[in-house]
Design a protein around this ligand. Structure first.
Ligand SMILES: [Zn+2]
Length: 757
């Protein structure tokens, strides 16, 4: 039996730990978001107050495609850019998107706003981008009002003074929320700007927090260098990889696919407000707006004087420190990761040689450490997940986030720490503390090596673990009797760990509590692993039960406090999702909502258990919807006018006009009993196929002209065309009384009917 006999008494260890944790705390507190500047700020600077004046106008009402608010916003934006003296045009076209979760194609008539300030001696073009459409019923003060405000105020500041060297374009895209349609239209028909283009795209997945440049096009070395000169810039290569796991996307994807250079910058705090009627100007953080604007203006200023043809081909890894951006070439990340692996291997050899641990024990401890890290991630996920299961109204409708996430975040961190401590104390005797400390570091090193194929994944692990491992190696070189100096060496090695890991735990929650908690749990596990050499003497050699019990109590307490701070009535109104569908053929109607009812109010409307309702909501054929009978509203169904119907080899060419007598901007059509060989809507081709269907949004009041080339092998009467039109005002339903303490997210009023052409 190996014996681990710490020769040092515990006080220096406790002091070392305290210093490390204080450094970590400082790393979280030091980054101070900028104070928003007023309307009297110097004209060469970005002023959140001036930017907010634009947001107040455009976010006065929702701006979904083809709505009055959408038109009003476009007119205001065009007028504002005209007043700046920029050459402003509206790029019109049709865009289509085929979602992966439904065979229904989604299309729209689009109007991008493109304004140009020609450069004095251009080498290329700098594009300031945001989208001006919103989802249904959301004023979109943050999504993407913060982008609109940032772009307009930056454009104003750039117009002030000397003409910039490069062209500058303001691009306010349309139809982003329908599948990045406007961005594709822009890149497909890019106006003739010679030379390279660099796009600064601005987004929001919440209404607060620090703007993070979470994606940069590749190769990125010059772009990273330019961004790092902007005060307050935050960027992270790791998030670029992590973002791909989230069910979100932005216009940046289309710009990147088209080969443009660019940055994608977004805020993600306050995500419970995202895509809801509560995304209002008064709730948008001015400090977030100021910081996004400061970075946009500084970056754009540099880019307007840079030779854009000379952007180099290097690839850098970038991460954020309390002092700004840290970036280095990709090979440095590889070298540092290999150095970590070597340092951990050296440590293992030393332990075995000194008979502190055997190879078998180190390997066994590594296995347990990996299990503990996974368990910590899972335990971090549970408090909020269980809370949402128990009380569905706690989470926002679009992405299931709480208004006040603080206690749920704390519960996640405490749960992870409790699991790690419990497992460690439970197995410590079996493996010995030295073996476990090396085994845990080994897991970090192996995960970093495994992450090497993905840019930036190894970096946070290496920045945390490499100095820590070196600190232990230095401590090992110091004689046992100088135990205080050994602790100083270990604590010094842990300072970078604290600077990176503690902010990383917090930053993980930028992905929301649902996705962020397991990631935060994983970072807690890494921090726990590197702290072990320092904390081992502070932890008991056996008796894990008290840690499990106290940890469980603390997690339950935090979770209950989360429930209390988010109790009904204590926060912004709770959210509901409610659709209404009238079947004009049968003369009956239903209420429906995805998932279970979220309150007593919706439970009264949604009396039937969830099931797909493909006839009522043809564009969501697979979505399970709780539903219930609804009053029949007197709504005229969509009109189908047959224009022509001619036989063509083995099928029929049908031409029809689909319109909405009730003025619905969104029209839908689905074909049953025939395969569609080709189709157009207002002359724009749509992907054909079996189970053909589309929804299309247009401001045109005459409806749309649809041409279908049908492959009809069965009898003609088997061919059925289902049509629908969609609005969003639920108060057209008799007796609908929206409760005052609820908001309805993404309301839809659908009228369906079938025709046999
Ligand atoms: Zn957006």
């Amino acid at each position: 039996m190996l014996r681990y006999a710490p020769s040092m008494d515990r006080l220096p260890n406790a002091l070392g730990l305290l210093v490390v944790l204080l450094v970590g705390l400082g790393a979280v507190i030091v980054p101070d978001p900028p104070a928003p500047l007023g309307t009297d700020a110097p004209l060469g600077e970005f002023s959140a107050a001036r930017a907010a004046e634009h947001i107040d106008v455009v976010a006065a009402e929702p701006r979904p495609l083809a709505s009055p608010g959408h038109t009003a916003a476009r007119e205001y934006l065009v007028g504002t850019l005209d007043d700046l003296g920029w050459d402003t045009t509206v790029q019109e076209g049709i865009g289509w998107f085929s979602p992966t979760d439904s065979p229904t194609r989604r299309g729209a008539a689009l109007s991008n706003i493109v304004a140009t300030l020609p450069g004095a001696d251009p080498t290329g073009t700098v594009v300031l981008a945001a989208h001006y459409d919103t989802v249904t019923a959301s004023p979109g003060a943050s999504d993407d009002g913060i982008g609109i405000g940032t772009v307009l105020e930056t454009a104003r500041a750039l117009s002030d003074g000397e003409r910039p060297r490069n062209n500058v374009v303001v691009l306010l895209t349309d139809g982003e929320e329908r599948g990045l349609l406007g961005a594709r239209l822009f890149t497909a028909e890019t106006p003739p700007f010679p030379g390279p283009m660099v796009v600064l795209n601005h987004e929001a997945r919440g209404n607060a927090g620090m703007p993070l440049t979470f994606r940069i096009s590749s190769p990125n070395a010059d772009l990273v260098r330019i961004l790092s000169q902007a005060p307050g810039a935050l960027a992270d290569s790791f998030t670029q990889t992590a973002f791909e796991a989230l069910p979100n996307d932005t216009d940046f994807r289309r710009f990147d696919e088209a080969g443009l250079h660019g940055y994608d910058t977004a805020i993600a705090g306050g995500s419970a407000y995202y895509h809801t009627p509560l995304d209002t100007p008064d709730r948008l953080s001015r400090s977030s707006l100021q910081q996004m604007g400061d970075v946009a203006l500084a970056t754009a200023r540099t880019l307007t004087v840079t030779d854009l043809t000379a952007l180099d081909a290097g690839t850098d890894v970038v991460t954020t420190t309390p002092w700004g951006l840290l970036h280095y070439p990709r090979w440095v990340e590889v070298a540092l990761t290999l150095a970590l692996a070597a340092a951990v291997a050296a440590l293992a050899v030393i332990r075995v040689r000194r008979r502190d641990a055997s190879a078998g024990r180190i390997a066994g401890a590594a296995g347990v450490a990996l299990f503990a890290a996974v368990a910590a991630g899972g335990a971090a996920f549970l408090p909020w997940w269980l809370s949402r299961r128990a009380v569905p109204g706690l989470g926002s409708v679009p992405i299931g986030e709480p208004y006040r996430p603080g206690f749920y975040q704390l519960a996640a961190v405490v749960a992870a720490a409790a699991v790690l401590t419990t497992v460690y104390v439970a197995v410590r005797r079996r493996f010995g503390a030295p073996a476990f400390a090396v085994g845990a570091l080994m897991v970090v090193a192996v995960v970093a090596l495994a992450g090497l194929p993905f840019l930036g994944v190894a970096t946070p692990l290496v920045l945390i673990a490499l100095p820590a491992a070196l600190g232990v190696l230095v401590a090992e070189a110091i004689p046992q009797r100088r135990s205080r100096w050994r602790i100083v060496a270990m604590a010094a090695g842990l300072v970078p760990a604290a600077l990176v890991a503690v902010p990383a735990v917090l930053a993980s929650f930028d992905a929301g509590v649902t996705f962020g908690a397991p990631l935060a749990g994983a970072f807690v596990a890494v921090l726990f692993a590197v702290l072990l050499p320092l904390t081992a003497p502070l932890l008991p050699r056996e008796g894990a039960a008290p840690f499990a019990v106290v940890g469980a109590f603390a997690v339950v307490a935090c979770t209950l406090l989360g429930g209390y701070t988010n109790r009904d009535g204590a926060t912004a109104p709770r959210q509901e999702e409610l659709f209404y569908s009238l079947d004009a053929d049968r003369g009956d109607a239903v209420w429906a909502s995805p998932g279970r009812p979220r309150s007593d109010w919706s439970a009264e409307l949604l009396t039937e258990s969830p099931t797909p309702l493909p006839d009522r909501f043809p564009w969501r054929p697979g979505t399970s919807l709780a539903h219930g009978p609804a009053p029949v509203a007197s709504l005229e169904p969509p009109r189908v006018e047959m224009l022509s119907d001619i036989e063509s080899d083995g099928g029929r060419m049908v031409q029809l006009r689909l319109s909405s007598p009730r003025g619905a901007p969104t029209l839908g059509l689905w074909v049953d009993g025939a395969t569609v060989r080709a189709a157009t809507v207002d002359g724009s081709p749509v992907d054909p196929g079996a189970n053909f269907g589309f929804v299309f949004t247009t401001a045109s009041t005459d409806g749309i002209e649809v041409r279908l080339d049908l492959d009809t092998t069965g009898p003609a009467e088997d061919v059925e065309v289902r049509v629908a039109d969609v609005t969003s005002n639920l108060s057209v339903v008799p007796g609908y009384t929206p409760p005052e303490d609820k908001v309805v997210v993404g309301p839809a009023v659908v009228v369906t009917r079938s025709v046999h052409p």
